[in-house]
Write a protein that binds this ligand. Structure first.
Ligand code: PLP
Length: 239
């Protein structure tokens, strides 16, 4: 086996394992596994890792930096990986919103109204409609980005009125803790907040909840995640 073969085999095995765990977590709470999209977080990983995951059937990939995302999009296309669905999951600087407009399936990380407004302006100028999630800092940790639960309720009407963007739901990052059960209240709070928004603003879709990473995704699925963002459990430790 060449090193490339070993990488491909390891990633395929990890992906199979993660998919099995997703399906088990879904069935345990009576959900269909198809309702959960696995976003493979390929940040800092080389293109070969993306190629390997693609060969194992993975199509949704997430990146957290626009400067890394677009070169990978171009390189994947160059290699004939034409049907990848790209997700932007990282913070977008307010001066860089124009760089987030393009062929992305979903932007998970719109973390304040100012970013939504600038993205709207830039999307409109480019003739795109961008699908977005509002990132909420449920845990209140100072290190995390996002709307507070109170501001998202206050400002959702203004965000929903913006042209060029389409709100699909909410995203959160749980605190990093050893025991994934400790993240459950954060995931549950995000779901309840989504339910409240859907009641108040029934014209938007609110069908997406992006929550759960390598260490806590089964708990997030039990609490209603429709998108899980998983890096390490698929690709191994980041370099
Ligand atoms: C890196 C990252 C992930 C994936 O984290 P893992 O612990 O490697 O699964 C998920 N979401 C966001 C926003 C990230 O930046």
């Amino acid at each position: 086996m060449t090193p490339d073969d070993r990488l491909t085999a390891a990633i395929a095995a990890n992906l199979a394992d993660v998919r099995t765990q997703i399906a088990a977590a879904a069935r345990q709470v009576g959900r269909t596994p198809d309702a959960i999209t696995l976003v493979a977080v390929s940040k800092t990983q080389p293109i070969e890792a993306i190629v390997a995951a693609y060969a194992a059937g993975q199509r949704d990939f997430g990146e957290n930096r626009l400067e890394e995302l677009w070169p990978k999009v171009r390189e994947a296309e160059r290699r004939g990986l034409a049907d990848i669905r790209w997700h932007m999951i990282g913070t977008i600087q307010s001066r860089k919103t124009g760089d987030a407009v393009g062929p992305l399936t979903l932007i998970h990380s719109v973390d304040r109204t100012k970013i939504a407004a600038r993205l709207s302006r830039d999307a409109l100028a480019a003739g795109h409609v961008m699908e977005i999630l509002l990132e909420v800092n449920v845990s209140g940790e100072a290190s995390k980005h996002g709307f507070t639960p109170a501001t998202v309720l206050d400002e959702a009407a203004a965000v929903l009125a913006l042209p060029g963007i389409r709100v699909r739901g909410l995203m959160t990052m749980a605190p990093f803790v050893d025991d994934p059960e400790a993240a459950r209240p954060v995931f549950r709070a995000l779901r309840l907040l989504r339910d409240e928004l859907a009641l108040r603003y029934p014209t938007a879709a609110w069908d997406s909840l992006s929550m759960g990473m390598s260490n806590d995704f089964p708990v997030a699925i039990a609490e209603g995640a429709t998108l899980v963002r998983i890096g390490t459990a698929i690709f191994g430790a980041r370099v």
